[in-house]
Design a protein around this ligand. Structure first.
Ligand SMILES: NC(=O)c1ccc[n+]([C@@H]2O[C@H](COP(=O)([O-])OP(=O)(O)OC[C@H]3O[C@@H](n4cnc5c(N)ncnc54)[C@H](O)[C@@H]3O)[C@@H](O)[C@H]2O)c1
Length: 284
């Protein structure tokens, strides 16, 4: 892999507007490797902005697009609420019409966590459905519609951002874990369906990542404790770090490096795999 190994490729990344997120890190990594980029996210209310963005002049995908273009490649932005299945075909058509093709799809977006963090007996069906809509169904629909474009082009690469929660269940995470386990099954089945078309489908499974993401649960607990969300989040990162064999969580660009490898021609014979990137937390 070198700095031009994605030159000429068109890459679409979902959920890429976060200032510190894995989506942005992947867009920048791909851009450094020469790909032209399409990024998408949905509109968030000001109160739903994650701590690194709240009260700043960060403009989501538009800010990421400026950073990407500064690296000398093109960047196209599309707003899309992935909980609306009908918007997804429009998203894929928009990107394919804009660039003429889609070579790489990274399914990175996820439902904002927090409202799911209750025992399974207390979990609202609407919350469960919302998690499946974004974490599983949107991954399926993006794969379906981008996969059709890739079949017509004669190949492509799909990388799904799954999770340690795709490999191991955890208390208060029934909706998150179940919807992320689904991504591993989808990855394997889609990989077999699409193998004959020269399309690979893989997943990466991060453990804790310092991605600056919002959790409604953490926001409520910070309020209860009378500390800032930033301070509360720092405590959460510290606890996760202590629980990790390597004594820390991942940075977003470490996850992006694995995604970039799987999206490159060096990974042409790898498909249907779900790779951990968790500092040694689980091994299967
Ligand atoms: N941060 C972690 O500790 C961690 C750990 C394991 C796996 N992951 C996975 O990595 C990926 C990226 O996570 P992150 O922490 O960088 O970012 P994140 O949690 O902030 O979410 C990613 C993006 O999804 C977008 N999104 C939410 N609802 C949406 C909707 N309805 N339509 C369109 N977009 C929507 C958000 O706006 C955000 O930009 C996710 O799939 C997540 O499950 C993260």
């Amino acid at each position: 892999m070198n700095e031009r190994s994605l030159k000429g490729k068109i890459a679409l990344i979902t959920g890429a507007g976060g200032k510190q997120g894995i989506g942005r890190a992947t867009a920048l990594k791909f851009a450094e490797m020469g790909a032209d980029i399409a990024i998408t996210d949905f509109h968030r209310a000001p109160e739903d902005l994650p701590p690194p963005e709240a009260g700043t002049d960060w403009r989501g995908v538009e800010s990421v697009a400026e950073e990407v273009r500064a690296l000398g490649v093109q960047c196209h932005t599309v707003m899309c609420d992935l909980s609306q299945g009908t918007e997804i075909e429009r998203l894929i058509d928009d990107v394919a019409d804009h660039y003429g093709r889609i070579d790489i799809l990274v399914n990175n977006a996820r439902a904002i966590i927090g409202r799911d963090r209750v025992p399974v007996t207390e979990l609202d069906e609407a919350v469960w459905n919302h998690f499946f809509a974004i974490n599983s169904t949107a991954v399926f629909l993006c794969t379906k519609f981008a996969g059709r474009k890739m079949i017509a082009q004669g190949g492509g690469k799909i990388v799904n951002i799954a999770s340690l929660a795709s490999k191991r269940g955890a208390a208060l995470q029934a909706a998150y874990c179940a919807s992320k386990f689904a991504v591993v099954g989808l990855t394997q089945s889609a990989a077999v369906d699409l193998a004959k078309h020269g399309i690979t489908v893989n997943a990466v499974c991060p453990g804790g990542v310092d991605s600056g993401r919002l959790s409604y649960e953490e926001r409520d607990k910070a309020e209860e404790a009378g500390v800032s969300l930033d301070a509360y989040r720092a405590q959460v990162i510290e606890r996760m770090s202590q629980a990790s064999p390597m004594g820390r969580v991942a940075q977003s660009d470490e996850v992006a490096s694995l995604v970039a490898f799987l999206a490159s021609d060096e990974a042409n014979f790898i498909t249907g795999q779900s790779y951990n990137i968790n500092g040694g937390a689980v091994f299967h």
